[in-house]
Write a new protein. Structure first.
Length: 158
């Protein structure tokens, strides 16, 4: 994986996650005193706009990273970090599809369903990708210090 792919993915992940969680807070937690207000905070439309504009770039970079990193790691014999990687892939897929479906759903029931699915999948992805990064950094640090990356029992092949 190239340095710019990792940098772009992490930067877009930060933008999309932060704007999504801030928008979620503004929409469902904040309340306004004005009975005629249609938004709860003046920055609410900006957060949603940034989230929606950054998401397609995030999905495109995910596709590049999937080809350059995920497929190679899934095919390898090294099981390190595979569980968090799979969780991230599944969470990302559900998050991307539900985000798209929110925009094309036509009934309030479907919009509500896809919205809550998007929130749950987005939270799953954000957490699992954070775990994936931490495990990857720790694994990389172990191998850089000259220690075996896996315990002896894990390196034996059946």
């Amino acid at each position: 994986m190239m340095w710019w792919e990792r940098w772009a993915f992490n930067a877009l992940h930060a933008v999309v996650s932060m704007t999504g969680f801030v928008y979620l807070y503004m929409e469902y937690v904040l309340a306004t005193d004005d009975p005629f207000a249609i938004i709860n905070h003046p920055w609410q439309p900006a957060m949603l706009s940034i989230h929606i504009v950054a998401a397609p770039a995030f999905i495109a970079v995910f596709g590049i990273l999937f080809r350059a990193h995920s497929l190679r790691k899934l095919r390898s014999d090294n099981p390190v970090n595979r569980r968090s990687g799979w969780t991230s892939i599944i969470g990302f897929s559900a998050m991307a599809m539900s985000g798209y479906c929110i925009q094309i759903a036509t009934t309030p029931t479907l919009i509500t369903f896809f919205t809550w699915l998007h929130i749950a999948a987005g939270t799953l992805f954000a957490l699992s990708y954070g775990v994936h990064l931490v495990i990857g950094w720790r694994f990389k640090g172990r191998t850089a210090r000259g220690r075996p990356a896996l315990p002896d029992a894990a390196r034996l092949t059946p």
